[in-house]
Write a protein that binds this ligand. Structure first.
Ligand code: HEM
Length: 130
């Protein structure tokens, strides 16, 4: 999947390539840790730094590969990953709030924010209530 703007920059480029995406993932996960709606899902990872590191790596790969980068995604698919978590619609929106706030904090342009919002929305049926 590759979404281009008029200037023909790939979504990957507009997110700042692997380096920019890595910084985004750090802040998105930090926002989840502080979000009252979903923090309980993520706080346990503070006690297992290796697991935390792995999940962040998978998120970076997922975003890189999904936005047009050359990186391969080596993690599980979205249904498999979130199976048994029974994630609610409210929790899903809370996660998207964190993503959008982080994009704004990193001065990602509005069209790019829209692309990420569209992609996030389109994944909801693979993640909610599994
Ligand atoms: C746009 C929505 C989302 C995307 C793109 C996404 C993506 C991912 C990815 C790529 C992973 C790593 C997969 C792997 O380890 O193989 C992951 C793990 C995880 N996600 Fe999500 N996720 C989303 C929403 C959510 C929501 C709403 C929650 C809960 C509130 C959640 C909770 C988790 C947890 C707890 C893990 C770690 C699982 C583990 O330790 O094995 N995710 N997610």
């Amino acid at each position: 999947m590759e979404i281009l703007t008029e200037q023909s920059l790939s979504l990957y480029e507009r997110l700042g390539e692997a380096e920019g995406i890595r910084r985004l993932v750090e802040d998105i996960v930090e926002a989840h840790m502080n979000n009252p709606v979903i923090k309980a899902r993520f706080l346990p990872y503070r006690d297992t730094p290796e697991r935390m590191h792995h999940v962040k790596e998978m998120l970076v790969q997922f975003l890189c590969a999904g936005s047009g980068g050359m990186e391969k995604y080596t993690g599980r698919d979205m249904v498999e990953t979130h199976k048994g978590m029974n994630i609610s619609e409210t929790e899903y929106i809370a996660a998207i709030d964190d993503i959008m706030k982080t994009l704004q904090k990193h001065n990602i342009d509005r069209d790019t924010q829209k692309d990420i919002l569209f992609i996030s929305y389109s994944l909801k049926n693979q993640i909610i209530r599994k």
